[in-house]
Design a protein around this ligand. Sequence first.
Ligand code: NI
Length: 181
Amino acid sequence: MAIRRIIRMGHPLLREVARPLAPEEIGSDEVKRLLGDMVDTLHDYGGIGLAAPQIGESVRLAIIEIPGGATRYGELAPMSLGVFINPTIEVVDAAASGYWEGCLSVPGLRGYVERPQHIKVRYLNEQGEAQEIELTGFPATVFQHEFDHLDGKLYLDRISDTRLLAFEHEYERYLLPQTEG
Ligand code: NI
């Protein structure tokens, strides 16, 4: 497996609608290799999610791994590494709340994005089995962020107030929500 280069905002591939994986592709050597590369790349860059288009592969595949404990998003319940193929999102409750999002394809920036906080996701796992998972709060935001990449969207497209877009350094200095303790 290999660490791949993450393409950045401005690369046209990040704006494409990715194609679904066909059932016979899931489990193939090629997709296994791609998944291995994605995991290595995510761990090397140190993110919580990565979509295949971010390493230049325009297919509907994303991985998500949320570390537990205290993070800049507050106290989080951990979510072990998951593989999400051809995912779809159903909004269960449209009530939205916001987080300061970042993206490995938009390095150095943070932006405040409001998204629905209760969703249901249907997807195929690595074995091609149909799965569904219901998510609330921060994980719901993470999944929506990652799956937006499969539709050629970046979190910047969803910022409703561009005054809430900042460089990381200034975000940490002036804007970081104060946590208790
Ligand atoms: Ni991203």
